[in-house]
Write a protein that binds this ligand. Structure first.
Ligand code: HEC
Length: 115
């Protein structure tokens, strides 16, 4: 009986070790889409991490939350004004995904539940 218990325990450990353990939880799909769009359409001016560059403000600091208190307001601004080189070319969904991603760059801009 004892022996069976040990076998079960060892088998269980092997099963647990064989399972892939995720490095970090996957991003929600909309945030992941926003991240990809950001790298494609925004990073050239605002920097790959959103920390700004000469000529384009940082998007990862408190300024964004001050200027756009809601995700909707941020998405509307993005849809109408960005990318600065081609404003009005993003669909509302793209702007929404970007807003979700940007709010995530600075946790103060919205807890994950508010994304
Ligand atoms: C050609 C350069 C350029 C590109 C590309 C660009 N931006 Fe901008 N962005 C700017 C500049 C310049 C400003 C400042 C404009 C102003 O203050 O009127 C700005 C301002 C912003 C702001 C307002 C920041 C604030 O606190 O007021 C947001 C948000 C923003 N950009 C998001 C984006 C997003 C999202 C993209 C990609 C879809 C993008 N930008 C692509 C140049 C760019």
């Amino acid at each position: 009986m004892r022996r069976v218990w040990w076998l079960a325990l060892v088998a269980g450990m092997g099963w647990a070790a064989g399972r892939a353990w995720p490095e970090s939880p996957a991003l929600p799909p909309a945030v992941a889409r926003g991240a990809a769009l950001y790298q494609r359409d925004c990073a050239a001016c605002h920097g790959v991490a959103g920390s700004g560059a000469p000529g384009a403000p940082a998007l990862d600091g408190p300024r964004l939350a001050r200027d756009y208190p809601s995700r909707q307001a941020l998405a509307r601004f993005i849809a109408e004004n960005m990318p600065a080189s081609a404003p009005g070319t993003l669909s509302p969904t793209m702007a929404e995904d970007l807003a979700r991603y940007l709010r995530r760059l600075n946790p103060a801009q919205g807890a994950p539940s508010q994304l």
